[in-house]
Design a protein around this ligand. Structure first.
Ligand code: DC
Length: 234
């Protein structure tokens, strides 16, 4: 696909946890030469800060204490020279690996329900997208962060399929995890993400739905690139 002559757009990818949003978002960014931003990583970074500072434990978060310390949190993304991946940094430290582990996953949903946390993250996300040419994935990208995004995709897959993918990912990294625990975590995060008062996970009216339970990654990428091509050349 021609990169230079085509107008740059914003592509918003929302959907349930562990359904491969980041995989497809990264592929699109690579194909188009766009920036990829994982907005979930930003909520995970705030969660890691809360855990390290004893503001969260046992799936509970001390909301006010975290709000009071939001000014101490600086999040940015830097391209790794080793693997060309955009990695997450918290106050100058690479935290890309640590934010994917279970303690963060178990505490991130309550952190992401805090209004002031969301306001701070949304402002940062909008700043990152102001020059377009960006693919961002998350839960509220097409509804709240970039309601004017030219292309919105809402991704989903059956919970068991998503839990299996996450299980495979973690065990491949040598982590000892239980499938049932992961499935329970996937289901619980769906519940919290969809039922929270502020910016709940919901499909934007103008989003295209992509259920990838029964399709391959190649089929998925073909479909998405077709939608982008149609959008850009319309
Ligand atoms: O996509 P993920 O699993 O890394 O997201 C981590 C958590 O952050 C998840 O519980 C939902 C929340 N999140 C959110 O509320 N809004 C976003 N834009 C992205 C993630």
């Amino acid at each position: 696909m021609e990169k230079a002559t085509q107008p740059k757009i914003i592509i918003a990818i929302d959907g349930h946890s562990s359904c491969g949003k980041s995989t497809v978002a990264k592929q699109i960014a690579q194909e188009l030469g766009y920036i990829y931003i994982d907005s979930g990583a930003m909520y995970r970074a705030v969660t890691l800060f809360a855990l390290r500072n004893k503001l969260a434990a046992d799936e509970q978060v001390d909301e006010q204490a975290l709000i009071d310390r939001l000014g101490e949190i600086k999040i940015d993304f830097r391209l790794s020279p080793e693997n060309s991946r955009n990695e997450t940094y918290l106050n100058g430290e690479n935290i890309e690996e640590e934010i994917r582990q279970l303690p963060v996953s178990q505490h991130v949903s309550p952190v992401a329900t805090i209004g002031q946390v969301r306001e701070a993250m949304v402002a940062l996300q909008q700043e990152m997208g102001k020059n377009k040419g960006i693919v961002m994935d998350g839960r509220d990208i097409g509804t709240v962060v970039f309601p004017e995004a030219e292309l919105k995709i809402f991704m989903t897959a059956r919970p068991e399929v998503r839990a299996q993918r996450r299980y495979d990912e973690l065990t491949a990294k040598g982590q000892l995890v239980s499938f049932d625990e992961i499935l329970a975590n996937v289901i619980e995060r769906d519940r919290i993400d969809s039922s929270r008062e502020i910016s709940p996970l919901k499909q934007a009216d103008d989003a295209l739905i992509l259920d990838n339970s029964d399709i391959t990654r190649e089929e998925q990428l073909d479909w998405v690139m077709q939608q982008i091509q149609q959008m850009i050349s319309a």
